[in-house]
Design a protein around this ligand. Structure first.
Ligand code: DX5
Ligand code: ZN
Length: 217
């Protein structure tokens, strides 16, 4: 489906070689590059922060889609704008003031996203949709790549209906592979994040599997 974007998550890349990994996935057909920021507080895993994301920016020719799994969010928004994030997504569950957070992300010149954990209902975003460019539906509990897909298709359908004709992406993140992707696309998703399903079988020395994996999703 040409209208559906694939956003490989570099959480499944070689952490010692991010620059070449980003170049490889873009050369193999990635539409966006998904960057998972984890703080060992909001989620039980730790990845990287603004200086690393700024270094990634030099290699990203497409869209740098930064998914913050951190709390609090607001004190870091300027740093991710400076790092060159095109889209900055914060979790609804990460603080009490999602409306303020989305305003601040747009105010810093980025597109604004809100992510919903599996236990969070679609209604959480009902009154902030006009501040959103993207809603990310988590289909795993955030923190790790390679987890089993949790079916959130009723939530995706409800969001698609709620969004109507507004230009808001529905992104799905977690356990997306050639089996689960068609289900979430049928429900209304238009951006698919995939880590393990893109990077499996390939490497910077042998990147062709990345392309085969992207086309299979
Ligand atoms: C999970 C991250 C995802 C993760 C997806 O907390 O937000 O982006 O990398 O990995 P897979 O596709 O392997 O489930
Ligand atoms: Zn993510």
């Amino acid at each position: 489906d040409q209208s559906v974007k694939i956003a490989p998550s570099i959480l499944s890349a070689d952490f010692a070689d991010f620059g070449r990994e980003i170049q490889a996935i873009e050369a193999q057909g990635a539409d966006w590059v998904h960057v998972d920021v984890m703080d060992n507080h909001f989620v039980p895993n730790l990845t990287f922060g603004p200086p690393a994301v700024k270094a990634f920016r030099k290699h990203v020719k497409s869209v740098m889609d930064v998914h913050l799994m951190i709390a609090p969010v607001d004190p870091s928004i300027e740093a991710y704008a400076d790092a060159g994030a095109d889209i900055l997504t914060a979790h609804f569950e990460a603080g009490p003031h999602i409306h303020r957070t989305l305003q601040a992300i747009r105010g810093a010149g980025m597109k604004a996203g809100v992510a919903l954990n599996p236990g969070t209902p679609s209604e959480a975003v009902a009154h902030v949709l006009d501040l959103c460019d993207l809603v990310c539906v988590m289909t795993v509990n955030p923190g790790f790549g390679g987890q089993k897909f949790i079916d959130m298709t009723p939530k995706i359908r409800a969001l698609r209906a709620m969004i109507g004709d507004r230009p808001i992406h529905i992104e799905v993140d977690g356990g997306v592979d050639p089996t689960t992707a068609p289900k979430v696309v049928a429900a209304g998703a238009d951006v698919l994040v995939a880590g393990s399903a893109v990077f499996r079988g390939g490497s910077v020395e042998n990147p062709a599997p990345y392309g085969e994996n992207i086309r299979a999703i």
